[in-house]
Design a protein around this ligand. Structure first.
Ligand code: 5AD
Ligand code: SF4
Length: 465
């Protein structure tokens, strides 16, 4: 069955021909700039888009205003993400007036939303290309049509989704890489639009994942993050996620992470992997969303508070210093004060290293959009402030407890604020800044933690025998 959803080789060859045609056009854009919104999935897709545009002969341009082709890879998980994307697009109208030759492209989750393509076509006729999440691999063909027909192209397919292997890519980092293992989501959490715009769950073949990881290891990549909307339901080649993780671990990449995990599918084998796999970092992002059973049921999360807490206990018994992070939604339709306080008490019990907190945002077409929601916006905002304050205290305490420890940091960047400082993450995922130069980027450096701030640590480099 899986074979049917894999984009056939001859289709990809056809796209390569289009790419060659675009490349040979005298009047084609020379440079591109991609604006990526939303999650790591989009970041990864943008690397593929960059790869395809490079194959078409375009070069990346750092300054958006100077680029000949500007592409927005959009998100629609919450309304403000969508408003940000639309706000940007309106701004581009002005730019297009000044430079009529630039091409404006809009892709990603917002473009895939029901009714959005028509709306974009009507309200923003200056957009040259709109494409969805299921036909990313056909970008060369669409761009060719835009350039040949000089008319806007709008192509958003209704589909459960496909897997396209072997697309070109331009990776954003030389030392840390995202690798997709699966696409789509079948969970239909009642508030969430993702299953509607990303399609059904489909897993890559384990060998395809392993080959990609092996190439990255050979290129010197230090950290691989396996990506999927719900990696725990990975079923490539009939195998489970923990098995895939084990095989990636055997490749010897120094650091492995993954996201995102759904608590209902977190298996015994995966918990055990934290005690066994040498390269799996002691860190897990496990979205809880709420701490009250009635709200969890209304959210269609299919676990209870007790079951979630039990998972945390089991993870900690295998890996006591595991760093846990989570996502929490405040103000789900009908949430009472007492139900919200269950979320606060769960946060106090678990003591996450960090939490991404969101006010519920109504998404058209989801089940929760039909539920009565009479909590005033002001109340929701006060609730999220209480939650943020509580989590900030916990985060600060956890960071303070790191002072004096010796850690290995994968250096990511030079500090924008402090000249002569660099920053990177510990295995557990804490950001550490310490004095050092750009030559350290991409290297694993031993550091002693000397002080803790609100969100980050400071340290100094140490030499050990
Ligand atoms: N409103 C608020 N937050 C949402 N999320 C997903 N859908 C919504 C929504 N409609 C949050 C969830 C998810 C994270 C990626 O975004 O917490 O885990
Ligand atoms: Fe959305 Fe739930 Fe799927 Fe996550 S698991 S993408 S929250 S539907």
């Amino acid at each position: 069955m899986e074979k049917q959803i894999i984009v056939a080789g001859d289709e990809l060859a056809r796209q390569q021909e289009y790419a060659a045609r675009v490349r040979s056009l005298a009047r084609r854009p020379q440079t591109f700039h991609i604006v990526t919104m939303g999650c790591q999935m989009n970041e990864r897709d943008s690397e593929t888009i960059a790869g395809m545009l490079s194959e078409m002969g375009l070069r990346p341009e750092k300054t958006r205003e100077k680029a000949d082709l500007i592409l927005y890879n959009t998100c629609c998980v919450r309304e403000n993400a969508e408003n940000r994307a639309l706000g940007n697009v309106i701004w581009l109208k002005e730019l297009k007036r000044e430079r009529p030759d630039i091409l404006i492209c809009v892709g990603g989750c917002m473009a895939q939303e029901e009714g959005m393509a028509d709306r974009l076509k009507k309200q923003y006729p200056f957009i040259d290309l709109v494409f969805g999440t299921h036909n990313l691999h056909r970008l060369p063909e669409y761009l060719w049509r835009v350039l040949e027909e000089r008319n806007p192209v709008v192509e958003v397919l209704r589909s459960d989704g496909v897997i396209a292997e072997g697309l070109p890519q331009q990776r954003a980092s030389a030392f840390s890489a995202f690798v997709n293992i699966m696409y789509g989501c079948n969970n239909f959490c009642s508030y969430c639009i993702v299953p509607y715009v990303r399609g059904r769950e489909r897993s890559r073949e384990p060998q395809a994942v392993l080959d990609e990881c092996k190439r990255l290891v050979d290129q010197g990549v230090q950290e691989i993050t396996l990506l999927g909307q719900n990696v725990n339901s990975y079923r490539g080649g009939g195998g489970e996620f923990a098995e895939l993780l084990r095989r990636v671990d055997e490749l010897g990449v120094p650091r492995i992470r993954f996201m995102t995990s759904h608590p209902k599918d977190l298996s015994e084998e995966l918990i055990a992997a934290y005690g066994e796999l040498r390269h799996l970092m002691p860190n897990l992002h496990l979205p809880v969303q709420a701490g009250n059973d009635d709200i969890l049921r209304a959210m269609n999360r299919r676990y209870t508070r007790e079951r979630y807490l039990d998972l945390i206990n089991r993870l900690r018994s295998v890996k006591p210093d595991i760093g846990l992070s989570t996502d929490i939604i405040v103000g789900f339709p009908g949430e009472t004060l007492a139900q919200f306080e269950d979320t606060l008490s769960l946060v106090e019990t678990v003591r996450f290293d960090s939490a991404f907190t969101f006010i519920y945002s109504k998404r058209a077409g989801t089940k929760a959009a039909q539920m009565p929601d009479d909590t005033p916006a002001q109340t929701k905002s006060e609730r999220i402030q209480r939650l943020i304050a509580l989590q900030a205290d916990i985060s600060r305490e956890i960071l303070s407890a790191q002072v004096g420890k010796r850690e290995t940091v994968l250096v990511e960047s030079v500090s924008a604020r402090d000249e002569g400082w660099v920053g990177g993450k510990t295995p557990r995922g804490h950001m550490v800044n310490f004095p050092g130069g750009a030559e350290l980027i991409g290297r694993l450096i031993r550091v002693e933690i000397t002080s803790a701030g609100r969100n980050t640590l400071r340290g100094k480099r140490i030499m050990e025998e």
